[in-house]
Design a protein around this ligand. Structure first.
Ligand SMILES: [Zn+2]
Length: 308
């Protein structure tokens, strides 16, 4: 099944080398490439005299050294976290210890969903212990000497996900909510499709034209990308409804039909992605499950799905 989206799978960068992405915005890529992280986690350093670091990356001493080298003695006052997945947050404690910066993010204690047991890559990938110094809510503004950012709570990929809008610059640090190299993984219970779609809608109509994501290269014409992702999920949902109506009766059977060729490393993620859609269909009473949702639970169309 074609995705209907043109992915941007090239990215010019070198590990350890700072890339300027406009006045006061620098990107460093951490060296943790993989099927879920693309080339690695992007760390952004924002400001000219006092700096904010967005997503210090995975536990990696060399990456801390690179961040401090880019800072070149300028104070790092804030460490902003897009979400508490380990590839984004694990370096926060060491960077805080080295700089005295305050950490900021959405408090995981405010979310009821999510678990460390549900990683699409099969490892513990959420730091549920992380507690930011500054707990952000949707619309909160953080500022330094020459930058100001507005927090947008955008759950879906993770219940605590925040995008940061760089005020006055039409730039959004989009974390893992919107990326150009691949679709965002929405894997229940950490991810929730209904939240993800609502969080895409939040971005529609906002002024930001350029997105700087948590993995992969920058996104220009970001509004078009957000619309394409909404459309992609609508198509995917329609394909899933059609499959269930045609007699595929479990998440596993549906996934086998709609993902015809799949890297074995991504198989679990595909199952979880179909499960996220099915969960959303159950919430709207378009599909029923015979019991608790799992990859092999029996599914049946109901209501609108049966009659369309
Ligand atoms: Zn990530």
């Amino acid at each position: 099944m074609s995705s209907g989206i043109e992915f941007k799978t090239s990215m010019s960068f070198r590990y350890g080398e700072a890339a300027g992405l406009g006045p006061g915005v620098v990107r460093l890529v951490a060296e943790n490439p993989g099927p879920f992280t693309f080339k690695g986690t992007n760390t952004y350093i924002v400001g000219s005299t006092e700096l904010a670091v967005i997503d210090p990356g995975p536990d990696d001493e060399k990456h801390i050294g690179d961040i401090l080298r880019v800072a070149a003695g300028r104070p790092i006052t804030h460490i902003l976290i897009t979400h508490t997945h380990r590839d984004h947050v694990d370096n926060a404690a060491a960077l805080k210890a080295a700089t005295g910066a305050l950490t900021a993010g959405y408090s995981r204690s405010n979310v009821s969903r999510g678990t460390i047991a549900s990683s699409p890559s099969g490892t513990e990938f959420v730091d549920i212990e992380f507690a930011p110094d500054i707990e952000l809510a949707h619309g909160d503004v953080l500022s330094g000497a020459d930058w100001s950012m507005t927090a947008l709570h955008t759950p879906g990929h993770a219940p605590d996900h925040i995008c940061y809008a760089l005020d006055g610059r039409e730039i959004l640090f989009s974390g893992d909510h919107v990326m150009a190299w691949n679709t965002t993984v929405v894997a229940p219970p950490e991810g929730r499709m209904a939240d993800y779609l609502t969080s895409l809608q939040i971005l529609l109509g906002r002024p930001e034209r350029t997105y700087l994501p948590g993995h992969g290269g920058r996104i220009e014409d970001a509004q078009r990308m957000v619309k394409a992702y909404l459309l992609h999920r609508r198509w995917r949902e329609q394909a899933i409804v059609a499959a269930i109506r045609d007699g595929r009766s479990t998440v596993r059977e549906v996934a086998e039909l709609i993902y015809d060729s799949l890297d074995p490393k991504l198989h679990n993620a595909a199952l979880l992605s179909v499960m996220a859609h099915v969960e959303h269909l159950i919430e709207r009473e378009m599909v029923t499950a015979a019991g608790a949702l799992s990859f092999d639970q029996r599914l049946a169309p109901s209501g609108a799905a049966r009659s369309t």
